[in-house]
Write a protein that binds this ligand. Structure first.
Ligand code: NAD
Length: 512
């Protein structure tokens, strides 16, 4: 296939899908059940596979945020008037709607965000599962009766917070959107979600499907706008009860600082620099496959990416040779082709950052084992392609061992002992994920218990489920975004005391 065959104008097809859901081709925010247009700066949507702008929209201004917060507050009260079971039925219907529209959702995500279609089809179904899982929780979220040592009946209620502001990144807009919207509405909240200004489309569709499934108009509002403008305005809004942020550690700390000024709590799901540890007693074929999906899945634009590969010195050289040879075979190309495993980087800024980090890694003494830059075959496309890259012999304190690249770049570091592997894994302020490959069960569990990370895999990588809690240790953030833990994070506990004594209390003996 020639270069020109893979350059497509995504505009017409993206507009057509958008129009099918919203009856307009003009992109804006989805507020109180309709598309509203911001009055801010004009922002471009760029196709990562060609570098061409295919759509524009205006940044959401304060009036859009005010409208969304108001609508969400009103709808949230309506939502809570329904029985818990009725809310569950609507959430189940949202899941069904997502399944029914999975092909269109996957297509728009692939065309607009550059994610390989073969990954996104499955992801759309996972998003349906998120709503179905929490649908079942709606009528099982209840408090406790506590045997207090007084004459009182004391019970707790897990009440919704009110309106939740959610801010998500460009690397997985559909997935992170569902991941946050589902537990929030299950717990009874209204949502104002701001996806990345680079990738708002799939989240807009999720908002529309929530309403189509029967959620009150305005329960889920989707803001198309920038973080520093629309995002900050939403965080500062007087109706905001909780901020949930998925993105970089840098933005996360700024967001938490803004929220703290009005004593609004935050859940932060931030970046990572996860260690993938391979011992010499591992099933090597599986470990090589695992080390590929760990870092090259999603072109490395994954918060849990296994970007530090720690390999036992006795197998290090052979392992890297085989890993590099496998990596050179990974099909990189147009995300909309079924055969593509690794698509483009989402945006040029990120591509440049990845190239700089590779250069820095080589300058600090690493050796190039695979990749290193733009694949030659894709030179003329204008797309932001970066070849899967392996840098070997990365020193434990090199920049590449400390800082997130957020691209298809893995740094390999050899180790000698189990203790050293654990020390190296923990030699980082992040703590999002990690993995170990060994056939020794006891060793696997020893390592799993000692690596500081919110998610850890034994002889696997990257599997996550809405049923299991997910979140970071250390600089990877705080709070949990799935499973039962997320529900608790999206509620506030009220303690209610009912006096049951036959005689009135006697602390003060006067009634008038
Ligand atoms: P980013 O932090 O630049 O942006 C994320 C979101 O925050 C966007 O919607 C952006 O508009 C908004 N934003 C940015 N600055 C803001 C500010 N000052 N105030 C309010 N909002 C602001 O991150 P990104 O580059 O879009 O995404 C990549 C990062 O996300 C990586 O660090 C990655 O590890 C992380 N990530 C984490 C998880 C997780 O669950 N832990 C999942 C996916 C991505």
């Amino acid at each position: 296939m020639g270069t020109m065959d893979i350059i497509q104008d995504q505009g017409p097809r993206v507009r057509q899908i958008f129009n099918d859901f919203f009856k307009t081709e003009e992109i804006g925010s989805f507020v109180n059940g309709e598309i509203v247009h911001g009055a801010g700066e004009t922002l471009n949507l760029t196709d990562p596979s060609s570098g061409r702008v295919f759509a524009t929209f205006n940044d959401a201004d304060q009036s859009v945020i005010d409208l969304a917060m108001e609508a969400s507050g009103t709808a949230q009260r309506e939502w809570m008037k329904l029985t818990a079971s009725a809310r569950g039925r609507i959430m189940f219907e949202i899941g069904r709607q997502i399944r029914e529209n999975a092909a269109a959702i996957a297509e728009i995500e692939s065309r607009s965000a550059g994610r390989p279609i073969r990954d996104i089809r499955g992801e759309a179904i996972k998003v349906a599962e998120m709503f179905e899982y929490y649908a079942g929780w709606c009528d099982k979220l209840h408090g406790e009766v506590i045997p207090v040592p007084t004459s009182h009946l004391n019970y707790t209620r897990n009440e919704p917070i009110g309106v939740v502001v959610q801010i998500t990144p460009w690397n997985a807009p559909l997935f992170t959107g569902g991941w946050q919207i589902a537990p929030a509405i299950c717990a009874g909240n209204g949502v104002v979600i701001k996806p990345s200004e680079l990738t708002p489309l799939s989240t807009l569709i999720l908002g529309a499907l929530c309403e189509r499934a029967g959620a009150p108009r305005g329960l889920v509002n989707v803001i198309s706008g920038q973080g520093t403008t629309a995002g900050q305005a939403a965080i500062k809004h007087s109706k905001t009860g909780l901020v949930v942020f998925v993105g970089s550690a840098h933005a996360g700390s700024l967001i938490a600082a803004t929220a703290a000024k009005s004593v609004v709590p935050c859940i932060l799901e931030l970046g990572g620099k996860s260690a993938n540890i391979v011992f010499n007693d591992a099933d090597i074929d599986r470990a090589i496959l695992g080390a590929q999906s760990a870092i090259f899945g999603g072109a490395g634009q994954s918060c849990v990416a296994g970007s530090r590969l720690l390999v036992h010195r006795s197998i290090h050289q052979k392992f890297v040779e085989r890993y590099a040879s496998a990596t050179n075979k990974i099909p990189v190309g147009n995300p909309f082709e079924d055969t593509t495993h690794v698509g483009p980087i989402n945006n040029l800024r990120q591509w440049n950052k990845i190239a700089e980090m590779v250069e820095l890694g080589l300058g600090e003494g690493a050796t190039l084992a695979a990749g290193g830059g733009r694949p030659q075959a894709l030179e003329g496309t204008g797309g932001f392609y970066f070849a899967p890259t392996i840098l070997d012999n990365v020193a434990p304190n090199a920049t590449l061992s400390r800082e997130e690249v957020f691209g298809p770049v893995v740094g390999v570091t050899p180790f000698d002992t189990e203790e050293e592997a654990i020390t190296l894994a923990n030699n980082n302020p992040y703590g999002l994920a990690g993995a170990v490959w060994t056939q020794n069960v006891a060793k696997a569990h020893r390592v799993a218990s000692q690596v500081r990370a919110g998610t850890f895999w034994i002889n696997g990588y990257k599997t996550i489920s809405v049923m299991s809690p997910f979140g970071g240790f250390g600089k990877s953030g705080y709070g949990r975004s799935s499973g039962k833990d997320a529900l608790m994070a999206y509620t506030q506990t009220k303690s209610i005391w009912v006096e049951t004594a036959a005689e009135p209390p006697v602390a003060f003996g006067y009634v008038g």
